[in-house]
Design a protein around this ligand. Structure first.
Ligand code: G1P
Ligand code: ZN
Length: 543
């Protein structure tokens, strides 16, 4: 086997965002674009000669091509074993599971998560480290720096590997191993959850609807829900991963999973509805007649996790991203465990999980997970809910109402302004930042600003700091509005406005969310001037 050194020239735009490098497919199809980035990943790492690299993706358009490039480059760069999910498939949480299960050095996950796929849509590459979690900023910064000066990449001359056949192939001094993408992950789920109890629940006529959104969780959900837990065939909808996700956004929210939502609100609704995103790390939870917000779901899962075998010893701590509502804080307080507030992005949870400081983590963006892997995990959340429902034998609605009556309710919504002109969005944020010092004491209608700041995080494990992670406007009485720019978009800027109001125990816990937060929504323009800066008067998506 001859290692080929191919001359290349840098691209200036390979800066990883909240979750890896995401660009439109035609950007990735430029000469050497993917190879440059993959080589930059390898060049940012030390000491991996002879070790194992995991490769897989969410099956979107261009997945197979980049997997072949990555296999060849992994061998040329000296990995001893390359483990690839059959068909090039590995959900993000399954990739994390496989990296840990096989003691791999790291993994390359090809995904643009919930973004659309197809020849003109999105693609992405992320690197995960040996704990199974996203590379920390120290590594992503190094990857970016290398990508700006790269002059060559290493590859080998070899035919494509047959991705559809399990087994091992020796190529030069390395082995390429194609594995079942579901088996290790499903085995881990069986360890964490009481499958017998869930099977009994299903057997009693409890009805589940799971929408895989034509994305990666199809094979995982079919194996686990239908084959192992006894849900009838057809429980998993849109269960075949398609390169373009059937033309849809594989984003499990009320806009893109509207069919499931309508089903769950209908007269003959199943007992439990759920969906997951493009790469399987997000979840949407809907009970019969009730949507559970991701922030509430985190709090309810944390409050009930002890009902599942994997968590019966209790939680070491709970972590949530800053914009996520404070519902989980009240559970942590009641459980007597610490609550950590981190910047947006799963990578900030890794240190807390590794250090044994937190067991359950979550984000308002439909991400929940635990220390079983180092990524958020859509099906894990579904299975923990099912385990809780099997143990409590109450409806999702009853569990939610009971939760609010114990802890109070955090009414919450996120308003997204998408595809906004980047300069206008930056100007809006800069202006907000500039007036942080003068906002406290200012009244907006009935609301008065108590404090305002730009969230900064000091990682309690490694001492690193992350600044400018979102502007927080805290009102007297505990309501809050947070402004930040998305770090995952591929065109223009997305402004995210997170709105939250806490209603204590004894208050009106049965309001419609838009009514409950109407006052706060009414202050957004006066505080931030979104319309003035961007011309947008309404959000594009409300979740
Ligand atoms: C978004 C979510 C964030 C999540 C990330 C990756 O990032 O807001 O919580 O971790 O996707 O799934 P953003 O676009 O806001 O930077
Ligand atoms: Zn995702």
């Amino acid at each position: 086997m001859t290692v080929l050194t191919i001359a290349t020239t840098p691209y200036a735009d390979q800066k990883p965002g909240t979750s890896g490098l995401r660009k439109k497919v035609p950007v990735f199809q430029q000469p050497n674009y993917a190879a440059n980035f993959i080589q930059s990943i390898f060049d940012s790492l030390d000491g991996f000669a002879g070790t194992t690299l995991v490769i897989g993706g969410d099956g979107r358009f261009f997945n197979r091509e980049v997997i072949q490039i990555a296999i060849r480059m992994g061998i040329a760069n000296g990995f001893g074993r390359i483990i690839v999910g059959r068909g090039g498939i590995l959900s993000t949480p399954a990739a994390s599971c496989v990296i840990r299960a096989y003691g791999a050095f790291g993994g390359i996950v090809l995904s643009a998560s919930h973004n659309p796929g197809g020849p003109t849509e999105d693609f992405g590459i992320k690197y995960n480290i040996s704990n199974g979690g996203p590379a920390p900023e120290k590594i992503t910064d190094a990857i970016f720096a290398i990508s700006r000066t790269i002059t060559r990449y290493l590859t080998i001359e070899a035919p494509d590997v047959d991705l559809d056949k399990d087994g091992e192939t020796r190529i030069g001094g390395s082995v390429v191993q194609i594995i079942d993408p579901v088996a290790d992950y499903a085995a881990l789920m069986e360890q964490l959850f009481d499958f017998d109890a869930i099977r009994t629940l299903i057997g009693s006529g409890f009805r589940v609807a799971f929408d895989a959104m034509s994305a990666v969780t199809g094979p995982y959900a079919t194996e686990i829900l239908e084959r192992r837990l006894g849900c009838p065939a057809g429980t998993v909808r849109n269960g075949t991963p398609l390169p373009d996700f059937g033309g849809h956004h594989p984003d499990p929210n009320l806009v893109h999973a509207k069919e499931l939502y309508d089903l769950m609100m209908g007269a003959d609704a199943p007992d439990f509805g759920a969906a997951s995103d493009g790469d399987g790390d997000r979840n949407l939870i809907i009970g019969k007649g009730i949507f559970v917000t991701p922030s509430d779901s985190l709090a309810m899962l944390a409050a009930n996790a002890h009902l599942a075998p994997g968590y019966k010893a209790g939680l070491k701590g709970i972590a949530r991203s800053m914009p996520t509502s404070g519902a989980a804080d009240r559970v942590a307080e009641a459980l007597g465990v610490p609550l950590y507030e981190t910047p947006t992005g799963w990578k900030f949870f890794g240190n807390l999980l590794d250090a044994g400081m937190a067991t359950i983590c979550g984000e308002e963006s439909a991400g929940t997970g635990s220390d079983h892997v180092r990524e958020k995990d859509g099906l894990w959340a579904v299975l923990l809910w099912l385990n809780i429902l099997a143990a409590r034998r109450e409806s999702v609605m009853a569990i939610a109402q009971d939760h609010w009556s114990r802890f109070g309710r955090n009414y919450y919504a996120r308003h997204d302004y998408e595809g906004v002109d980047s300069a206008a969005a930056d100007a809006m944020m800069a202006e907000l930042r500039g007036k942080l010092g003068t906002l406290p004491g200012t009244a907006f209608g009935t609301l008065t600003v108590a404090t305002s700041d730009d969230f900064a995080y000091l990682d309690p494990v490694d001492g690193s700091t992350s600044n400018q992670q979102g502007i927080r406007i805290l009102f007297e009485g505990g309501s809050r509005i947070v402004f930040r720019l998305s770090g995952t978009g591929t065109s223009g800027a997305t402004i995210r406005v997170y709105i939250e109001r806490y209603e204590p125990v004894g208050g009106d816990l049965a309001q419609a969310t838009p009514d409950a937060i109407a006052d706060l929504v009414g202050t957004v323009e006066a505080i931030a001037g979104i319309a003035r800066h961007t011309g947008r008067t309404e959000p594009d998506v409300i979740t």
